[in-house]
Design a protein around this ligand. Structure first.
Ligand code: ADP
Ligand code: MG
Length: 210
């Protein structure tokens, strides 16, 4: 994945977030404090504004800058978590020095692991990790089996969707929704929804622009 595909993906993510305003906002109103859409929009807009300064950077340098920007622009629980994801990815890409699917799978898994450490959360706690951990695992399996990009992208979009849906019937044990007990059941986690949308968007962008 080149810097130009990363930047195209980020433009598309910005558009996807805006298109899903009411859905994301109502999910966080139901089991959080209603600000998740605003947080995501603020982060996505800040990255779109950085487009020109990112264009000449290597993928690792661009992703690291994006992480730093998100740290200072997105508030709430999700800001530092998403920022660590981008910075964790950047670190592995820099160390490996290539842009193969295997390296991206490793970088993705490392970014997700930082979220897990920072958030002290795991699968089944009704957070974004219910999307990100299964996607990281599937990505590693497929990349190690030398699957082509189309197979990987389709599988990851499906895995993200299943993970997002799985949060519906969970009780939250992390984040704001943790105080709701059984009242959180029946609602999809907002962070899981926004991560599913972002993964779907990147998969589509990759297939269109690679
Ligand atoms: P806040 O909860 O501070 O209002 P946001 O509304 O932007 O922040 O983000 C909420 C999302 O953050 C949740 O839907 C959940 O997916 C994610 N989240 C919250 N706490 C954690 C955690 N400890 N680990 C992983 N993800 C978390
Ligand atoms: Mg919130």
């Amino acid at each position: 994945m080149t810097t130009s595909v990363i930047l195209q993906s980020l433009l598309d993510i910005h558009a996807t977030i805006l298109q899903h305003e009411s859905e994301i906002e109502s999910l966080d109103r139901a089991i959080g404090d209603g600000d998740h859409y605003i947080n995501m929009k603020r982060g996505a807009s800040a990255i779109v504004e950085m487009h020109d300064e990112l264009a000449d950077l290597t993928p690792d340098a661009a992703l690291n800058k994006i992480g730093l920007k998100l740290l200072s622009t997105i508030g709430g629980a999700s800001g530092p978590l998403l920022a660590s994801f981008f910075m964790g990815m950047a670190k592995v890409l820099k160390e490996k020095g290539d842009t193969s699917a295997k390296t991206y799978a490793l970088a993705f898994a490392s970014g997700v692991d930082l979220i897990r450490q920072r958030g002290k959360a795991d699968v089944g706690e009704k957070t974004m990790l219910d999307v990100l951990i299964p996607v990281a695992n599937r990505f590693s399996e497929l990349a190690n089996a030398n699957a082509d990009n189309k197979t990987i992208c389709e599988a990851l979009a499906d895995t993200a969707e299943a993970g997002m849906r799985s949060t519906m019937n969970l009780i939250a044990t992390k984040g704001r929704a943790a105080g709701l007990g059984e009242r959180a059941i029946g609602h999809i986690d907002p962070g899981a929804k926004s991560c599913q949308l972002m993964i779907m968007t990147v998969c589509n962008a990759l297939l269109k622009h690679e």
